[in-house]
Design a protein around this ligand. Structure first.
Ligand code: GLP
Length: 242
């Protein structure tokens, strides 16, 4: 894994946003995999700024989000779909028909997961997958476990993950869904290039386990060690235990 340490979360966001804009200029049909969470917010802000300045054109690009809560429609402000609208999609020119987010209200969950995998295939696979790091080592909603699931699937959220997401629910833990849909580990690892973003001191311990520890399903992010083009972009505090 290539590790890049930059001074602050804002620098990480700025440098990565320019990197994405350059890639888009070369390859307008770029297929992006996108995360939610606090970490990518500065990146999304930067991408919106670059788009408004005429430096990032998403008109031919495609996106696939990593995960979504089960039981919430995209119109619910607490859904990841709504999060993406607020922080990114409303500020750039990605065509709505090429924005893909798992449907948390799908009646037939297995069919929804299959539909998602097929849509990724039809788009030619994900070129650039951006990831955030759960403090327990999860990526997307692939939680630490004895075994991981390869493809897009329904998953039960760990208590720590529900607590970490409570802010989206006005701090009310009881309102955080217990289940979610998530791309699987193989879905993620099949991306051409992966950029894992981690910022802040609270991620430092997990960053060191992801990079320096063994590859283990107990730290799903450690599987990125197996990828040929995985990069970890950190600010100084997240890198403090390396
Ligand atoms: C959530 C998401 C993950 C995300 C993680 C980290 O649980 N499902 O995809 O990476 O939180 O969030 P944060 O960036 O807020 O630390």
């Amino acid at each position: 894994m290539r590790v890049r340490v930059l001074a602050t979360p804002e620098t990480v966001a700025r440098v990565l946003a320019h990197d994405i804009a350059r890639r888009l200029a070369r390859d307008r049909r770029l297929v992006l995999g996108l995360p939610t969470g606090r970490t990518p917010i500065p990146l999304y802000r930067e991408l919106v700024r670059l788009h408004r300045a005429g430096q990032a054109d998403f008109s031919r690009a495609t996106s696939f989000n990593l995960d979504e809560f089960l039981g919430l429609p995209g119109s619910d402000p607490r859904s990841y779909r709504a999060f993406m609208q607020r922080h990114l999609f409303d500020g750039i020119n990605l065509p709505p028909r090429r924005i893909h987010v798992l449907d948390g209200m799908a009646r037939n969950v297995a069919r929804e997961c299959l539909r998602y995998e097929r849509a990724i295939d039809r788009a030619g696979g994900i070129d650039l997958q951006i990831l955030g790091l759960g403090a327990n080592g999860h990526i997307g909603f692939n939680e630490p476990a004895r075994a991981l699931v390869a493809r897009t699937h329904r998953t039960r959220l760990r208590a720590a993950t529900r607590r970490a997401n409570a802010a989206l629910f006005g701090g009310r833990l009881a309102d955080v869904p217990h289940d979610a849909l998530s791309m699987g580990m193989a879905t993620i690892l099949h991306a051409g290039r992966i950029v894992m973003l981690a910022t802040g001191a609270s991620k430092a311990r997990c960053v060191s386990r992801m990079i320096q520890g063994p590859v283990t399903p107990h730290v799903p992010a450690s599987f990125l060690q197996l990828h040929r083009h995985a990069e970890v972009w950190l600010d100084r505090t997240a890198a403090s235990r390396l």
